[in-house]
Write a protein that binds this ligand. Sequence first.
Ligand code: S3P
Ligand code: PEP
Length: 427
Amino acid sequence: MLKVTKASTISGSITVPGDKSISHRAVMFSSLAEGKTVISGFLPGADCLSTISCFKKMGVNIEQNGDQVVVESGGLDQLEEPHEVLDVGNSGTTIRLISGILSGLPFHSTLVGDESIAKRPMKRVVTPLRQMGAKIDGRQGGEYTPLSIRGGQLQGIEYHSSVASAQVKSAILLAGLRAEGTTTVYEPHLSRDHTERMLSSFGVEVQSFLGGVSIRGGQLLVQPKQIQVPGDISSAAFFLAAAAMIPGGSLTIKNVGINPTRTGMIDVLREMGADLELKQERVWNGEPVADLVVRYSALKGIEIGGAIIPRLIDEIPIIAVLATQAEGRTIIKDAEELKVKETNRIDAMVSELRKMGAKIEATEDGMIIEGGAKMYGAECISYGDHRIAMAMAIAGIVSEGETIIQGDDAIYVSFPGFDDTLKQILK
Ligand SMILES: O=C(O)C1=C[C@@H](OP(=O)(O)O)[C@@H](O)[C@H](O)C1
Ligand SMILES: C=C(OP(=O)(O)O)C(=O)O
């Protein structure tokens, strides 16, 4: 249980843990390359630890010590048939990306996860992977876990994904690495491109073009020896929002990844009127990084939809909180993907923010928030979803009285140390 009370203001200089998407990929791709890779700035959260555990079960030697990870592998061809079930825990990224990798390997494996994973749709990866030649079975025709995969000879495909999902795109590209010919994925809007960037840094040729990306099969990964993971902008988002909406707020967050496919939150903050600066811009392993400086200023409601949605998909719970503190109406649309995350994030945010007095309603594909309502502390639940737990903790610091968040242990999925960082900046 996490307890928070109204903050008089927040200030300071902090860092946030490593980017979750990049940490998963760093472990996966290092496991596919022959030799030793040292990863620093790794996110030691539950989701990325699940990825490590799956690759260990396929014979990869991985030592993890806090945010330092050393991966020693014989390469893709040396991965072994796992004796045990591969457990992805709560991690959608792990199950979807690993399905793409397993599809090209000549053995059988079974994938399971927790009760949230058991409700998340898998056909979005199973369908294209089957088209490429993988034999995949699962509950309800392959829509739900447990999934059972027998990989082998694959054929490249041209796939038009109906969702802008980096997990779908990455699963197909990773299978494409082992397929005959070229594999092309088209997506309705550009989703995060960490797979493309990191594969390039492993010497793989990936062709990105407007609307899609192609990969030629049979290419080997050559490990870059060192990978430095930037701070996660999705974790930084909670504190950026807090500083932007609390009078007198002023905060620096150092070493944050600012890959343009992830910076929708920065665009939203600026459009709402926040005072935000990027400093010390630089590049780590093909990923842009900066220090973010944010200060309080009056915010106004805006409309959010279309191509920006995949660029801020995980930030929508905290954007909903931000909107409660802005003047006027915020409309979030085209975000139906929120219904198939760790929980239905539209329903969860509407229900929890309403308990605190916010004026918020759910729509088919998002939510509408009327800013300016007075908010009061309440007893909230996380629905086992890390982002809901953190969003409600930040809602608690702008509300009168005390807020209790039940199920805050979910935060460990993506942000170990959230509580301490929050305490550090609360004044
Ligand atoms: O590829 C990734 O690392 C991720 C992609 C996104 O999911 P979708 O691909 O389902 O949109 C995001 O929500 C998730 O937190 C991480
Ligand atoms: C949706 C998320 O992650 P995943 O899909 O990997 O479970 C998230 O971190 O918000």
